[in-house]
Design a binder for this molecule. Structure first.
Ligand SMILES: *Cc1c(COP(=O)(O)O)cnc(C)c1O
Length: 376
């Protein structure tokens, strides 16, 4: 069994996929061109925003958003303590200060009550200006955007949605990557919508920010490529990856999001009697299930369970073993106004199980049996 079965997806999409890649090879154009602009149009339409700007990866996408907003030294950027490193890394890259905020123990996403308290604490201290909230759609579930949006408006902060894991999720009839003032995603192969290499995208309804992101992504270009009006980056999505994503987006939109939700239902059912805490479901919210993450009961030996599952052919992963504020890279270079005890607990108790739209029900049952035979 694979942790995320990309082979089965390739098998299902092989004729269109091979065709798409060979088409780019035959065209002789490997950077930019029609496949990239067509994909950007399709992605923007799928998400329901005006602009999509593709770039080299999800980390660059976040950085480009912060650059477009002119975020830098003296600015506080609020980031969940329980996320992938990139969500906070980019804040330091642009010279601003990451302020880590604890998460909700059932949604795994930033806790709006603690966010409000953290913003007030930074405000009261007066050393940094609260500028941006990075809300992460962790494991595929959209963050609590109605509460987070209110906090941003009350404190005049911008909202950046890190939808690297959340692409395809929904709240009501709105799609993930449309909830931020700017939203971003990653096309890393194992993400909900992945390519066959690195890729990322920035989404926004704002014309001016879209133009700035486009400029920063291509060496701060002005009216043309050899006119450079600001210092930027070199961050582009390859034409080959764009052609691959075009094929994958069709499958994603037409059935993969439904399929992966069916797999999650099978897991809920198969693990319903276990000692595990299963991922929480929220009315009106759809997850794109980047991960199916369970919590082990207190005192359970996670290393032993992982080893036992591995022996039975079931791969698992720990996302994430360490709170952001404990990463050496942020030592002395971040703020943690309030304790992050939920994150600290989750880092010790979470376990991500094999997941993906092509997973068979027998495999879900095999995982459940392997777990049941190990933790009683
Ligand atoms: C994967 C990921 C990123 C970074 O994406 P890359 O394409 O790997 O640079 C950012 N944020 C989160 C939450 C992620 O999971």
């Amino acid at each position: 069994m694979q942790f995320r079965d990309l082979d089965a997806q390739y098998e299902a999409l092989k004729p269109q996929m091979d065709n798409a890649v060979l088409g780019v090879l035959a065209s002789g154009r490997f950077i930019g061109g029609d496949p990239v602009s067509q994909l950007e149009g399709k992605l923007a339409a799928y998400v329901g925003v005006k602009h999509c700007i593709t770039c080299a990866n999800g980390t660059d996408a976040l950085q480009l958003a912060l650059m477009a907003w002119g975020v830098g030294p003296g600015d506080a950027v609020f980031v969940p303590d329980f996320t992938f490193f990139s969500s906070g890394e980019v804040v330091s890259t642009v010279g601003a200060t990451p302020v880590f905020v604890d998460v909700d123990e059932r949604s795994f996403n930033i806790d709006p009550v603690k966010l409000e308290a953290a913003v007030r604490a930074v405000d009261a201290e007066g050393a940094l200006v609260p500028k941006v909230v990075v809300a992460v759609d962790l494991f595929g579930l959209p963050a609590d955007y109605s509460a987070i949006r209110d906090i941003c408006e009350n404190h005049t902060m911008l909202l950046l949605e890190d939808g690297a894991q959340g692409f395809g999720g929904q709240i009501g009839d709105r799609t993930a990557c449309s909830f931020g003032d700017i939203s971003t995603t990653s096309f890393f192969p194992a993400k909900p919508l992945g390519c066959y290499g690195d890729g990322g995208a920035v989404f926004t309804d704002d014309d001016e920010w879209a133009a700035l992101v486009r400029s920063y992504a291509v060496h701060g270009k002005g009216s043309m490529k050899y006119d450079n009006v600001r210092v930027g980056m070199n961050s582009r999505l390859d034409t080959v990856q764009a052609a691959i994503l075009d094929v994958k987006l069709d499958a994603f939109a037409s059935h993969e999001v439904d399929d992966v939700n069916r797999v999650a239902d099978w897991y809920d059912e198969a693990l319903g009697d276990s000692a595990l805490t299963l991922p929480m479901r929220y009315d009106g919210m759809l997850s794109s299930w980047a991960q199916y993450t369970v919590q082990l009961p207190e005192g359970a030996d996670r290393d032993a369970l992982q080893a036992a599952l591995k022996n039975q052919g079931v791969p698992t992963m720990v996302y994430y073993p360490k709170p952001m504020h404990e990463q050496l890279a942020f030592e002395g270079a971040c703020e943690v106004p309030l304790p992050c005890d939920v994150t600290e607990r989750l880092c010790k108790s979470v376990l991500a199980l094999p997941m993906g739209p092509y997973m068979a029900q027998e495999d879900v049952e095999l995982v459940a049996q392997a777990i049941a035979s190990t933790i009683k």
